[in-house]
Design a binder for this molecule. Structure first.
Ligand SMILES: Nc1ncnc2c1ncn2[C@@H]1O[C@H](COP(=O)(O)OP(=O)(O)OP(=O)(O)O)[C@@H](O)[C@H]1O
Ligand SMILES: [Mg+2]
Length: 278
């Protein structure tokens, strides 16, 4: 691919992005900018619209209203060009239990257009990067939840993406496995300079690993900044001398709407993901 990206382009720009399922707007006028090279956390309660927005950025859903650009490329105009720049770990399981780890990653290498001659070494490299070199020729069905998540990370990394998008990469994992996934993400990012857009419900992860976060609620961004800026803002607004955490910011933004946020389908979907990987 010829890279005609303006050098100053942001990794992701959403302007007025709106997406409705039937009559209900899952994403409702979303404005969001992810700067090139940063780790950006998209946070928000169940049903806030995070996955829907991400699916629009990855070109898996169309953009019915508003505009989405990835490194300056309009996703509506050039879906393949955009896909070649992306690695994506979806919220739901994407590895095939009946293939080996190596076969799973090789499949993604083919789908994401890695040149045929480079495929075998790139697959081996991706498996090595996530610590699965030794288990590579076992069926993915025999992997633990943490290994499955790392396999999915290898699938997303095999095409050397400029933008890695992770939808709840650590859901259902034990604390050690969570740290393992993050350490691998941060190592690849340090080596390659890729941009990372991640959703998580773990505020400690967002606080520790994200350069900036956005709090999304009912389809829109309600607050954005570094974790420190957001907690400082809340402290100033409260003015009572307390030291709020990112979780307090989350509660403040999601506030009274929490009860309406998630629905049965959300819970079922989240649990299914958690039990499949956990
Ligand atoms: N395929 C679908 N059909 C109908 N409604 C949907 C569909 N997918 C999502 N929704 C609805 O859109 C809204 C946003 O869902 P979305 O999955 O984007 O939220 P989310 O922020 O990713 O939530 P979670 O934190 O639970 O993953 C919810 O009200 C959800 O019920
Ligand atoms: Mg989601």
């Amino acid at each position: 691919m010829t890279d005609d990206t303006p050098p100053t382009a942001d990794a992701v720009t959403c302007t007025g992005l709106t997406y409705a399922f039937g009559g209900s707007k899952a994403v409702d006028g979303l404005d969001l900018t992810v700067t090139s090279g940063e780790v950006f956390g998209l946070l928000g309660p169940n049903g806030a619209g995070k996955t829907t927005a991400i699916r629009c950025v990855t070109t898996l859903l169309p953009v019915p209203a508003g505009m989405v650009k990835v490194f300056g490329h309009d996703v509506a105009a050039g879906r393949m060009a955009v896909r070649r720049m992306l690695g994506y770990v979806p919220q739901q399981l994407s590895a095939d239990a009946n293939l080996t780890g190596r076969e799973n990653v090789a499949l993604f290498a083919r789908v994401f257009d890695v040149p045929r001659k480079e495929r075998a070494p790139r697959v081996a490299e991706a498996l090595e990067a996530v610590g699965l070199a030794e288990a590579a020729d076992r069926m993915a069905g025999t992997y633990s939840g943490g290994m499955i998540r790392r396999l999915e990370l290898a699938q997303a990394l095999v095409s050397s993406p400029r933008l890695l998008i992770l939808d709840e990469p650590t859901i259902g994992l034990d604390p050690i496995a969570r740290t393992g996934v993050w350490e691998q993400i941060m190592a690849v990012r340090a080596a390659s300079g890729m941009t990372v857009l991640v959703t998580t419900h773990y505020m400690d992860e967002a606080d520790q690993y994200c350069d900036r976060v956005a709090l999304m609620h009912q389809g829109r961004v309600r607050a954005v900044g570094t974790p420190r800026q957001l907690t400082d803002d809340l402290r100033a607004r409260r003015g009572d001398g307390s030291s709020p955490t990112l979780e307090d910011v989350f509660r403040d933004v999601a506030g009274s709407g929490l009860d309406e946020g998630g629905d049965f389908r959300d819970v079922r979907r989240t649990r299914r993901t958690a039990s499949r990987v956990g």
